[in-house]
Design a protein around this ligand. Structure first.
Ligand code: CP
Ligand code: NVA
Length: 306
């Protein structure tokens, strides 16, 4: 076969979607969820394969992509750097050209955003960002699906991000632009999101230091771990700085009376969130986790030609 690259769509960040596509994906995820829970078999991806490259740990991302491909009639392969040549230094560009000649889509969880971009630039098939240090688009789309299911339209609503200006926070920033909601970020000084994103999303996002001010009137409060994967050795130092940023019932009480609580999981009770909040009536964390399955099925259906 001639060596060629076909123009194909990727999901490396939410900027790869138009607002209409973002909304359509959420609508389709809700429909696929209904079909799945009513026992309707839907297998548009028979004979298709998804390669899943994990350079970091995962429970939700692995299970949801693997089960999602199975439900759609296709197949998923788990590839770990421990036993692929990628882990022994085969260049990303070479791996992309080889793997993408054999599969129909690739999902990658890795460190640098540049790695997924380099992979995509040499891939013949769609590449999906399954989390990098910069972004986690699949999670935030599932979170927005969850918001729609519980509260309807998010446009014009106020969302508070409390904690680290990390990959989840940065994806919420791009989501604020795409879905046209207001994002108020409460993070300690020195833990801001990337400066280029603050500038690019300035119309929809502001940074405050005080979590109590940030949650005023918020319809959604979201947080995440204080030390992300790859930052484990910083946890002790971060604990001291982040303690005032724990999401407690008192903090939730300052928000809109119908405010929801979200966390992408895994969570550390007693650190970024009080056990009573994550287990309480305003928490929708288990729906967020389940919706990874439905949202990613909609994404696979959208990206993989069939
Ligand atoms: N939220 C999330 O992506 O979870 P995993 O790390 O378990 O995949
Ligand atoms: N910010 C976290 C999200 C885990 C799903 C991390 O990158 O480890």
């Amino acid at each position: 076969m001639a060596s060629h690259q076909t123009a194909c769509r990727h999901l490396l960040s939410l900027r790869d979607l138009t607002p209409d596509e973002g909304r359509a994906l959420i609508g389709r995820a809700i429909e696929l969820k209904r079909m799945q829970t009513t026992g309707q078999v839907f297998r548009p991806l028979v004979g298709k394969s998804l390669a899943m490259i994990f350079e970091k740990s995962s429970t939700r991302t692995r299970v949801s992509f693997e089960v999602g491909m199975a439900q759609l009639g296709g197949h998923a392969l788990f590839l770990s750097p421990r036993d692929t040549q990628l882990g022994r230094g085969e260049p990303v560009e070479d791996s992309a050209r080889v793997i993408s000649r054999m599969v129909d889509a690739v999902m990658i969880r890795t460190f640098e955003q540049q790695t997924v971009e380099r992979f995509a630039a040499h891939s013949q098939v769609p590449v999906i960002n399954g989390l990098t240090d910069r972004y986690h688009p699949c999670q935030v789309l599932a979170d927005l699906q969850t918001f729609y299911e519980h509260r309807g339209e998010i446009q014009g609503k106020r969302v508070a991000w409390v904690g680290d200006g990390n990959n989840m926070c940065q994806t919420f920033m791009e989501a604020a632009v795409l879905f046209d909601f207001e994002l108020v970020i409460a993070c300690p000084e020195g833990f801001d999101p990337a400066a280029d994103l603050i500038a690019a999303c300035a119309d929809h996002c502001q940074i405050l230091r005080d979590p109590r001010a940030a949650v005023q009137g918020a319809h959604l409060i979201a947080t995440d771990v204080w030390a992300s994967m790859g930052q484990e050795e910083e946890l002790e130092r971060r604990r001291a700085v982040f303690t005032p940023y724990q999401v407690t019932d008192e903090l939730m009480d300052l928000a809109h009376p119908e405010a929801l609580f979200m966390h992408c999981l895994p969570a550390h009770r007693g650190e970024e969130v009080a056990a009573s909040v994550i287990e309480g009536p305003r928490s929708v964390v288990w729906d967020e986790a389940e919706n990874r399955l439905h949202l990613q099925k909609a994404l696979l259906e959208f990206l993989i030609p069939h």
